[in-house]
Design a protein around this ligand. Structure first.
Ligand SMILES: [Zn+2]
Length: 435
């Protein structure tokens, strides 16, 4: 927690340290500007500033990233440590760039890792540059050109001490809209019947916006694959008329991990299903779907590594990670958690049964590890890894219409079986224990 004066002091110190936290000059983008609340989605898209190209010039001590824009924007830069990242905040920009544009530049001897760009919160875009070695922001500027503008980000190599002095400390709870702050909890968007008696299923498409998740060699992004799948599943569940359905994100935007579970809990979800499709470092041979449940102890090393990787999502987007407070404490909490875990495990079993014969399963299809999105103490939760984008065969299936339809169908069946096994009044959050 920071007081306003402390924040001001920090900002002053920060500005003195020579890092740019200044709104740089911008110029009007045309009458419609980027106000999406007044126009429809299409006209908003059309009026938005677009980034149409990016070039990177990485040398030993300096690096320059240049985004070609259709008009100028205001940009603010700041640094985060552990890992070292340069964050550049912008108004919403429509990035029309190749999906693999953010790969680390070729050649050795420079300090630039990969970089990401995308929507960070409503009407806010962000560029995050991973640093291999400490560097300070020398210049962030939009320069007018004949056809629009260029956003120039210049970085200069620095010592660790200088970097540390300049990097902002975590300010997640400041509530002042400062950099590094977690975006607001997304608005709950429900679909399907409004009947409160129907079970509420929350579908959580992994990653989004600035956090692309895993990707294949030819630029297929996990965030897109899982979003397409989640939409399909949502439509299917809605059409059945048997559930209320909610998505943690309905667009390509970043949602912090804690916000995903918070939304589910606040809405009184009966089931939380997080959808992912990751890569494995150990080669392209490993295939198949895996259903994960949450646990403090991982079943195996691979699962532990995967959970660690997934738990980095906030960091990737330039948000400082915080532990979510456990809202229920005491004996009842333990009973609730245990009960929730039992339901999560039984749903994982349902999914595996439904996938058999339709969706290829990993050789150990039910695993558990400490995924942050599976930490709701009172909502049965699973994380479904649909397959591995690191396997060419899996990747081809994951993007195919036919496979997606069959897999969503199987998941729909599993959900139906799960709820038919539970009595209508039974809920993990309010389990009655017989004496
Ligand atoms: Zn993922």
């Amino acid at each position: 927690m920071y007081t306003t004066t402390e924040i001001q002091r920090r900002l002053v110190r920060f500005a003195v340290a020579g890092v740019l936290l200044l709104p740089l000059w911008g110029f009007p983008v045309g009458a419609a500007a980027t106000d999406g609340r007044t126009g429809d989605a299409a006209s908003r898209q059309a009026s938005m500033v677009r980034a149409t190209a990016v070039a990177i010039d990485a040398r030993k001590d300096t690096a320059r990233l240049t985004f070609t824009l259709t008009a100028g924007v205001e940009a603010k830069a700041f640094l985060l440590e552990r890992p070292d990242r340069v964050i550049v905040d912008l108004p919403e920009v429509n990035f029309q760039l190749p999906k693999n544009a953010g790969r680390p530049p070729a050649g050795k001897g420079h300090f630039i890792g990969s970089f990401r760009f995308g929507l960070f919160a409503p009407e806010r875009s962000r560029v995050v540059i991973d640093l291999r070695e400490p560097a300070l922001v020398g210049r962030v500027e939009t320069v007018r050109t004949a056809t629009g503008a260029e956003l120039v980000i210049e970085l200069n190599k620095a010592t660790r001490a200088a970097y540390r002095k300049a990097a902002l400390r975590p300010m997640v709870d400041s509530g002042d809209g400062l950099p590094g702050q977690q975006p607001d909890t997304p608005k709950a968007v429900t679909h399907g019947p409004k009947n409160e008696a129907l079970p509420l299923v929350v579908i959580d498409p992994g990653h989004g916006g600035i956090d692309p998740g895993a990707q294949t060699g030819d630029g297929v992004l996990e965030k897109d694959v899982v979003f397409a799948f989640a939409q399909r599943l949502r439509d299917m569940l809605e059409a059945s008329g048997r559930y209320r359905v909610m998505m943690t994100r309905t667009t390509d935007t970043f949602i912090a991990l804690g916000a995903r579970t918070r939304v589910a809990r606040q809405a009184g979800a009966d089931l939380f299903i997080s959808i992912h499709a990751d890569t494995l470092g150990s080669g392209g041979g490993v295939r198949g779907a895996t259903i994960y449940t949450g646990s403090d102890l991982a079943t195996d090393l691979e699962s532990a590594r995967l959970a660690d990787k997934e738990n980095l999502a906030d960091q990737i987007a330039g948000v400082e990670a915080t532990e979510d407070p456990d809202e229920i404490v005491g004996i009842l909490a333990d009973l609730t958690k245990r009960e929730t875990r039992t339901f999560s495990n039984s749903f994982a079993g349902n999914v595996i049964d439904s996938f058999k014969g339709t969706v290829l399963l990993n050789k150990n299809p039910h695993r558990s590890a400490g995924f942050r999105v599976l930490k709701a103490p009172d909502v049965p939760s699973v994380l479904v890894e649909l397959g591995y984008l690191s396997s060419a065969k899996d990747a081809a299936l994951l993007v195919s219409d036919e496979w997606q339809k069959n897999a969503a169908n199987a998941l729909n069946e599993a959900i139906s079986r799960y709820f038919s096994q539970r009595s209508p009044t039974e809920k993990a959050g309010g389990v009655a224990f017989s004496p």
